[in-house]
Ligand binder design. Structure first.
Ligand code: PGA
Length: 267
């Protein structure tokens, strides 16, 4: 958390929550976090919810004028055109998406998304002015061999040409160690802080000083209401990408409140 950057909590619903769950979630969130539904102007903490593509339009209408951003979990590297089953960046923009997750380890591992595809996706998002939440992170074996930072910076390096095209402040990086995702075993806040610092250093030297200062670096992997403040209190960490603990409104609201309290204590 740093004074210049507005922290961000991003909910990654993955393949969870149906129509009724979505409606219920927003109704409950409206009760728990009324300020996001009534106030205007800048919030001390930004929120983005990324439902399945099928429910993006529903989420957009439920959020209506709320101060909560709409996000997507994936985007096509192609299109528009003859690409059966794909959802293009233009379609996401047309439905009001401000953010899109790209390069998530589940997409890399289960759906074979490689650097070439991720690079094309980044370009497609940039052309539609959608901010990517680019995920990077290492396997446990790499962490244990002491090569985690080298590996993660290598993932960024493979995308360097495309990352350079983004304006400062138009890019979010999520550090998600693969072994911490959905496992209940989160990275220690100090380890996450170390990696976030390494990522920021790389961005500052390869893109520009402004990019280094303005890029949000999130932590993701078994974040929950009890540990979120430990991450956000680290100076290099600007928020979190949250899977399991973001599916229910009470838990998402509890994380938002824990971060808001932390920000109020350290204005
Ligand atoms: P998790 O998922 O919070 O359930 O560990 C995080 C993510 O994969 O983005």
């Amino acid at each position: 958390m740093d004074k210049q950057r507005i922290p961000l909590l991003a909910a990654n619903w993955k393949a969870n929550n149906l129509w009724e769950d979505t409606e219920q979630f927003i109704a409950q969130l409206r009760q728990a976090l009324p300020q996001y539904f009534i106030e205007t102007g800048d919030m001390p903490l930004d929120l983005v919810i990324c439902p399945s593509a099928v429910y993006i339009s529903l989420m957009g209408s439920l959020l209506d004028s709320a101060q909560i951003y709409l996000g997507a979990q994936a985007v096509s590297a192609y299109g528009p055109g003859a690409y059966t089953g794909e959802v293009t960046a233009g379609m996401l923009a047309d439905n009001g998406c401000d953010f899109a997750i790209v390069g998530h380890s589940e997409r890399r591992q289960l759906f074979g998304e490689d650097e070439r595809a991720i690079s094309a996706k980044l370009r497609a998002l940039r052309e539609q002015e959608i901010v990517p939440i680019l995920c990077v992170g290492e396997e446990l074996e790499i962490r244990e061999s002491g090569r985690a930072e080298q590996f993660v910076l290598g993932q960024l390096e493979a995308l360097e040409d495309e990352l350079k095209q983004f304006e400062a402040g138009e890019l979010v990086i999520a550090y998600e160690p693969i072994w911490a995702i959905g496992s209940g075993r989160s990275a220690g806040p100090a380890d996450a802080q170390g990696m976030a610092g390494g990522i920021r250093g790389w961005i500052g030297s390869r893109l520009s000083t402004d990019h280094g200062e303005m890029t949000l670096v999130l932590y993701g992997g078994s974040v929950n209401p009890d540990n979120i403040a430990d991450y956000l209190s680290q100076p290099q960490i600007d928020g979190a990408l949250i899977g399991g603990a973001s599916l229910k409104a009470d838990s998402f609201a509890a994380m938002t409140m824990a971060c808001t309290e932390l920000l109020e204590r350290n204005p």
